[in-house]
Design a protein around this ligand. Structure first.
Ligand SMILES: Cc1cc2nc3c(=O)[nH]c(=O)nc-3n(C[C@H](O)[C@H](O)[C@H](O)COP(=O)(O)O)c2cc1C
Length: 350
C-alpha cells in the first residue's frame, strides 16, 4: 500500500491513536527478525560517503530518529530498520507517569506541522532498561533522552537526571539531557548556564557516555549560545537544536498549548544552528532537528555545521521511505558538488 493511501486512513484517526498503531506495527515487525531484515534491506542506503565515526561509534548515515517517537524504547530495532543512521529513545523519566490529559497531539496537514502537549508520558527508567536489554545490536547507535518527572520540584531536578544517568548508562551509546520540552512545568527554567554546567558535570562523573544538551528554539540567540558554551565548557559532547516551539503565531488557529514541530519550525531551527555553529563548530558536535523534511534541507543543515540530523514530524507526513529518500538525495547532492565524504560537507557554508 502506498503511504499516501495509508496516510489517508491513519489521518482519519486521532493522532495519538494513529501513533500507537504505528508503534504496535513496528513492535510486530520487530518480533519477526526476517521482516525486520527485509525492511532494513529495502530502506537502508549503504553509501560509504555518508558514514561517519563519532565517539568511536559508526554512524552509517547522518539521519536519526528524533526523541519522542519511541518514548519507552520498545521498538528501537524496528525504527533502525527504517533506514536511520541512529535512533534516540525517550524522553524517559525516573518513575512512570501518564502525561497530560488527551487529546494532546494535533495535526496541521496544510502546514505539515504537529502540535504536542504530551508531557513525558512514559513507563519510567526501569521499564526502558528492561525493554532495551533485548535490543542491543539494533545495528545503529542508540541515544537515550532523559527528563525529570513532573512531580519532582525543579530545585531537585538534578537528582532525577543523576539517577537516570546511573541506571541507563549501560543501555545506550549517548545521553541527551532534555531541558527544553515545553510540556513539563518549570523544565525550561533549567536552561540557565549555571544549572546546565552542573547537570553536565554531574553526568560526566556518573557515566562515561557522551552527554548532549537539547535546547529550545524559543531562546534568545545570545542565550542559546551562552548555554551551548557553558555546556561544552562543562564537558558536553554536543548540542541538540531544537525542541518544539511555543511560538503559536506560526500556525493560524493553533491553541496556546504544547509545542509546534515540522515545517513551521524549519527556519528558526536553522537560524539557531547557524548561531551556535558560529561559536561552537569544531568544539562539539551539533545535532540539528526541527523541520528537516528533504535532502535539500538536510544538506543545508550539514553545510551549516550540523554533523547529525534528526527527523520526526516529516516522517508522519511523508512516510517511512523519507529516510531513504533523504539519504539517496544527499548522495546525489554530494556527487553534484564533487565531494567524497560528509567531512567535506559539514560546515562548508560557514
Ligand atoms: C509527538 C511528539 C513528541 C515529542 N516528544 C519529545 C520528547 O519526549 N523529548 C524530546 O526531547 N523531544 C520530543 N519531541 C520533539 C522532537 O524530538 C523534535 O525536537 C521536534 O519535533 C522537532 O523536529 P521535527 O520538526 O522533525 O519534528 C516530540 C515531538 C513530537 C512531534
Amino acid at each position: 500500500m502506498s503511504y499516501k493511501l495509508l496516510r489517508a486512513l491513519l489521518f482519519r484517526l486521532d493522532p495519538e491513536t494513529a501513533h500507537n498503531l504505528a508503534l504496535r506495527s513496528l513492535g510486530l515487525m520487530q518480533g519477526i527478525p526476517s521482516a525486520c531484515r527485509s525492511v532494513g534491506q529495502r530502506l537502508t542506503v549503504t553509501d560509504r560517503r555518508l558514514r561517519q565515526e563519532i565517539w568511536d561509534l559508526e554512524f552509517g548515515n547522518p539521519i536519526g530518529m528524533a526523541a519522542g517517537f519511541d518514548k519507552n524504547g520498545n521498538v528501537a530495532k524496528a525504527v533502525a530498520a527504517l533506514g536511520f543512521g541512529f535512533v534516540e529513545v525517550g524522553t524517559v523519566t525516573p518513575r512512570p507517569q501518564p502525561g497530560n490529559p488527551r487529546p494532546r497531539i494535533f495535526r496541521f496537514p496544510a502546514e505539515e506541522t504537529l502540535q504536542n502537549a504530551l508531557g513525558f508520558n512514559n513507563r519510567g527508567m526501569a521499564a526502558m532498561k528492561k525493554g532495551l536489554a533485548g535490543q542491543r545490536g539494533a545495528g545503529v547507535p542508540l541515544g537515550i533522552n532523559i527528563g525529570k518527572n513532573k512531580d519532582t520540584p525543579v530545585e531537585r531536578a538534578e537528582e532525577d537526571y543523576a539517577v537516570l544517568f546511573r541506571e541507563l548508562s549501560e543501555c545506550c551509546d549517548y545521553f541527551v539531557v532534555n531541558i527544553s520540552s515545553p510540556n513539563t512545568p518549570g523544565l525550561r527554567s533549567l536552561q540557565e548556564a549555571r544549572i546546565v554546567q552542573s547537570l553536565v558535570r554531574q553526568g560526566r562523573e556518573i557515566t562515561p557516555r557522551p552527554i548532549l544538551v537539547k535546547l529550545a528554539p524559543d531562546l534568545e540567540e545570545s542565550v542559546a549560545v551562552e548555554l551551548g558554551q557553558a555546556a561544552v565548557d562543562a564537558g558536553a559532547a554536543g548540542i541538540v537544536l531544537t525542541n518544539t516551539t511555543t511560538d503559536y503565531s506560526l500556525v493560524a488557529g493553533a491553541d496556546r498549548v504544547g509545542g509546534l514541530s515540522g515545517r513551521v519550525l524549519k527556519q528558526r531551527s536553522f537560524e539557531l544552528l547557524e548561531c551556535l555553529a558560529a561559536e561552537l563548530f569544531g568544539r562539539c558536535l551539533l545535532v540539528s532537528v526541527g523541520g528537516v523534511d528533504s535532502a535539500k534541507e538536510a544538506y543545508r543543515r550539514l553545510r551549516a555545521g550540523a554533523s547529525l540530523l534528526q527527523i520526526y514530524t516529516a516522517l508522519i507526513f511523508q512516510g517511512p521511505s523519507l529516510v531513504r529518500e533523504i539519504n539517496r538525495g544527499l548522495g546525489e547532492l554530494m556527487a553534484r558538488d564533487g565531494v567524497e565524504s560528509l567531512e567535506e560537507v559539514i560546515g562548508a557554508d560557514r
